[in-house]
Write a protein that binds this ligand. Structure first.
Ligand code: GLN
Length: 204
């Protein structure tokens, strides 16, 4: 299989590691490529959009002429995992907990609304064990994480969390061949990457 990691900014190497480990566990061979230009999306079986800074990734993607190409590829059926900043980019509706409207470039491919930086100062980073419906249980690392506050249309929540101010929120959501996680599965167990590869092979 050929899998890509969007490599404009963020934790690209961690996703490369997670795809390799996931493939090893599944007993399939993968070639992991870095995607920086539209042409590099050709022939991919799956894609990860890393965590990092969603405004930066969005602006760099727009500058590289990648935003439309990514959107077309994902909406065309490319199995895609967006983690943290990546999940923000995939959301149709984004606001920031402190500043509200962000007007940042988005892919806007999933029927989810997210609040950026939803966990404030004291809990900027934390880890919990989390069960993702249909995927399994893993250690979830949240770093200046967004909260998925609403899902509609084709999207469904994979894990519910209680948030002090926002009430019930979701740590992850899925829609057809797309998965968004507020946390960083690439920093613990490659369970979600494994699920994505299985999806790409038509076996999940
Ligand atoms: N807070 C970042 C953003 O809004 C996301 C943080 C992360 O990806 N770890 O883009």
């Amino acid at each position: 299989m050929r899998v890509g990691v969007l490599a404009l900014q963020g934790d690209v190497e961690e996703h490369e590691w997670a795809f390799r480990k996931a493939a090893e566990e599944l007993g399939v061979s993968v070639r992991v490529v870095r995607v920086k230009r539209a042409a590099e999306l050709k022939g991919l079986d799956a894609l990860a959009i890393p965590g990092g800074e969603s405004t930066t990734i969005g602006l760099l993607a727009a500058r590289a002429g990648l935003l439309d190409a990514l959107r077309d590829a994902i909406l065309g059926g490319l199995p895609t995992l967006g983690t943290c900043a990546g999940a923000i980019l995939m959301a149709k509706d984004v606001r920031d907990a402190a500043v509200g409207e962000t007007r940042q470039p988005l892919l806007g491919v999933m029927d989810i609304a997210v609040v950026r930086n939803a966990f404030g100062r004291q809990r900027e980073s934390f880890e919990i064990d989390l069960n993702l419906e249909g995927v399994g249980t893993l250690r979830a690392v949240f770093i200046r994480a967004p909260a998925i506050v609403r899902v509609w249309g084709g999207a469904r929540p994979l894990a519910v969390l209680k948030h002090a101010e926002l009430g019930e929120i979701y740590a992850a959501a899925a829609q057809r061949h797309m998965i968004a996680t507020a946390f960083h599965p690439e920093l613990s167990t490659p369970l979600v990457h494994r699920h994505l590869l299985a999806l790409a092979r038509g076996r999940a």
